[in-house]
Design a protein around this ligand. Structure first.
Ligand code: HEC
Ligand code: HEC
Length: 225
């Protein structure tokens, strides 16, 4: 599996290098997209339907996640501006029970694959409302952990993956900035205690954080922008 994966990666890397150089050779042709498309024929993935996503979201999700995915309830996460791949992954994993949650499992069970993609695209396109840190004393500890980790306990800096401003990296690391501190703290506790099992990477990091550190970093994240 690993070998196959790295072969595939090497192949797609080679393809993108090829298509990049093909594009470079004909910069003035005015058909920039054509050579790249020929080099890497993508399967005709259906484009997400934002209007359908909004309609489904309004019918099923807005009561908890707020208008445009800007939840005003601390236990319910803000979804606005979150990366679409991350939202889609979570919905799939709620449905499959990989992220067990008594509220979200039955919600996700009612969604088709297309619904998930459409909703993810819709909330991802919405602008997130900023949040605020609340605890002046804790927030300094939170900032230290977020930006630098805790070296002597091998706790990696959150910023290293989630980026210094908490915007994350699409398809890899979710956006965290402005998220409700209660929700963030609950997730970190869940990763630590094994209630949320869908990320070995986060479980390993959260395993080393104590309750106070979790509250501190969650408070800092709420005010990040
Ligand atoms: C009754 C309230 C409620 C409804 C309705 C609801 N949610 Fe949720 N949602 C929650 C709660 C609470 C969580 C946090 C679960 C946890 O702690 O893991 C959550 C988590 C999520 C997450 C994970 C976010 C993240 O940052 O990881 C996504 C995605 C999500 N909901 C999407 C939806 C969608 C799409 C719908 C509609 C089809 C929906 N929710 C309907 C309450 C709700
Ligand atoms: C090595 C990379 C990496 C580092 C370092 C890292 N994270 Fe993460 N984090 C991830 C990944 C990957 C996910 C997505 C997990 C998933 O797909 O469910 C994630 C998810 C999360 C989530 C869940 C977001 C949500 O909306 O539910 C929180 C909260 C979080 N990380 C906080 C932190 C904090 C706080 C730190 C620093 C103490 C940290 N992370 C360090 C990779 C990392």
């Amino acid at each position: 599996m690993k070998l196959l994966a790295s072969l595939l990666m090497a192949a797609s890397l080679a393809a993108s290098v090829l298509s990049a150089s093909a594009a470079e050779e004909k910069p003035a042709a005015g058909h920039g997209a054509a050579p790249a498309a020929a080099a890497a024929p993508a399967p005709a993935a259906a484009k997400p339907d934002l209007t359908a996503g909004e309609a489904k979201f309004t019918a099923m999700c807005v009561s908890c996640h707020g208008a445009g995915g800007n939840s005003g309830t601390p236990a319910n996460p803000k979804l606005a501006q979150q990366h679409t791949d991350y939202i889609y992954k979570q919905l799939q994993e709620f449905k499959a029970g990989k992220r067990p949650n008594p509220i979200m499992m039955p919600m996700a069970a009612q969604l088709s694959d297309a619904d998930m993609k459409n909703i993810a695209a819709y909330v991802g396109s919405q602008k997130a409302k900023a949040g605020f840190a609340k605890d002046k004393e804790l927030v300094a500890t939170g900032e230290r952990i977020y930006r630098g980790g805790i070296a002597d306990r091998q706790i990696a800096a959150c910023a290293g993956c989630h980026s210094p401003n908490g915007a994350g990296i699409p398809a890899q690391y979710p956006r965290l900035s402005g998220q409700h501190a209660d929700y963030t703290a609950a997730q970190l506790t869940g990763f630590r205690d094994g209630a949320r099992k869908n990320s070995p990477q986060m479980a390993q990091i959260a395993a080393k954080l104590n309750d106070r550190e979790i509250r501190a970093v969650a408070d800092y994240i709420a005010g990040l922008r």
